[in-house]
Design a protein around this ligand. Structure first.
Ligand SMILES: Nc1ncnc2c1ncn2[C@@H]1O[C@H](COP(=O)(O)OP(=O)(O)OP(=O)(O)O)[C@@H](O)[C@H]1O
Ligand SMILES: [Mg+2]
Length: 406
């Protein structure tokens, strides 16, 4: 397939300036480069038509019947998850020819089948093809192909064996053991790198739907961002923001975006801060079942995050004995900055990456464990030291992406 040298243009945005050059590096990940591309242009903005997007993407165009075969006719017992736009099924394809293969042979894929609900779904489907068709990065999930046939719209991704961060943080049951402190920091860093790449000067994309269900984990707990249906080109030139309809997921959207529809990279930083807080606390960003005053995790946690002696009150009790006060306070301070009401006080994602990298250093503050964290208590088994047994997970309330009315 050829390399696409045209301007990058989004399906939705009226701000299609398309000055991006994409030169995507990998940092040791084993992805093959099916999507990798180098594009550059000095061309003026040129919106791409649907045909151009599909033709230009280095993606395989699957037929519906191929994907039926690959997923054993979308068997209900191969459903990996359900989102606002449809269900995701497990399937198998041949590694070299990318054609359906016998279950259990070839490579495993995840096939997202959009509910057939018209234009809205199509726009997001196309945005996903447009963005993920151009990017190749160790912390973005790899899109292998798509299917567009009559009213059917499907997307074919690499399979992420450990599922979403959401499941690991919030599902209960023996299959989902609590993630350890060090794995949470690793996942946070991986996801931050994914966002930093999107925000970088060459890419300039705002992700707009950063939340735990969109952070997927491979077998080694490498985290990758999925779901680019709401992504948008960032502002260019002397523009400070992009104006959009307010869409996203309750509990993650930045306050200024909710109030004005003005979207910037700092909106993603706010969402990242919310996820960091969910990872620290093991609590959902919004939960009406919590006592009055605690429905919004951000509002409840802020005073504690700012106080070194009280920060442990926010921390997930399942992490007891695994972190030092110093490290916990550093992450809390970073979280607090990311969720600043005023976007100018939020760090950018490069800074977030640097700070999280410092926390991953071996033995960082190892000698400074918080005695109140009672390291001698028997530790629950965590996800990195457990062999997973399948069990029916308990039901749980979950947020999903939608238009957010204010
Ligand atoms: N590539 C994949 N590999 C493995 N599991 C996946 C993959 N993609 C999605 N899933 C699973 O399917 C679930 C549904 O994904 P989907 O992106 O459709 O919705 P969501 O992100 O959960 O919610 P929303 O519709 O609000 O974005 C995910 O939460 C995840 O558990
Ligand atoms: Mg998703």
């Amino acid at each position: 397939m050829g390399v696409c040298l045209s301007a990058q243009v989004k399906a939705e945005s009226p701000y299609n300036t398309g000055v991006n050059s994409k030169n995507v590096s990998t940092d040791g990940n084993d992805l093959s480069n099916i999507n990798s591309k180098v594009s550059s242009t000095s061309m003026p903005p040129t919106p791409r038509s649907e045909g151009e997007i599909l033709q230009c993407s280095n993606l395989k165009s699957f037929s519906l019947s191929e994907l039926k075969t690959a997923t054993r006719n979308f068997r209900p017992d191969s459903v990996l998850g359900e989102g606002g736009f449809g269900s995701v099924f497990k399937g198998w394809i041949d590694e070299n020819y990318l054609v359906a293969s016998k279950p259990g042979t070839g490579i495993v894929i995840a096939v997202k089948r959009l509910n057939q609900d018209g234009l809205q779904g199509h726009r997001e489907w196309l945005a996903e093809v447009n963005y993920l068709g151009q990017f190749s990065h160790p912390h973005l999930v790899r899109l292998i192909g798509y299917c567009l046939e009559d009213e059917h719209r499907l997307l074919v991704y690499e399979f992420m064996p450990r599922g979403s961060l959401e499941n690991h943080l919030f599902r209960r049951g023996s299959y989902f053991q609590p993630l350890s402190w060090s794995l949470r920091l690793k996942v946070a860093l991986d996801a931050a790198k994914g966002l930093a790449f999107l925000h970088s000067a060459e890419t300039q994309v705002i992700y707009r739907d950063f939340k735990t269900s969109n952070v997927l984990l491979d077998s080694n707990y490498n985290a990758k961002l999925s779901d680019f249906g709401l992504a948008k080109d960032g502002p260019t030139g002397d523009k400070s923001h992009v104006s959009t309809r307010v869409i996203g997921t309750y509990g993650y959207a930045a306050p200024e975006y909710l109030a004005t529809g003005h979207l910037t990279a700092k909106s993603d930083v706010y969402s990242f801060g919310v996820v960091l807080l969910e990872m620290l606390s093991g609590k959902r960003s919004v939960d009406k079942n919590r006592p009055t005053g605690q429905h919004s995790l951000v509002e409840w946690a802020k005073p504690y995050l700012a106080n070194k002696r009280k920060v442990f009150r926010v921390l997930d009790t399942r992490l007891e004995g695994q972190y030092s006060v110093e490290d916990a306070y550093k992450v809390a301070t970073l979280t607090l900055r990311c969720i600043s009401r005023e976007s100018k006080f939020r760090p950018n994602m490069d800074e977030v990456v640097t700070l999280l990298e410092q926390l991953q250093a071996p033995n960082a503050d190892a000698g400074n464990r918080n005695p109140s964290c009672n390291a001698s208590r028997p530790r629950r088994r965590s996800a990195d030291d457990v062999s997973h047994r399948r069990a029916t997970p308990t039901a749980y309330p979950r947020p999903s992406a939608s238009t957010l009315y204010t």
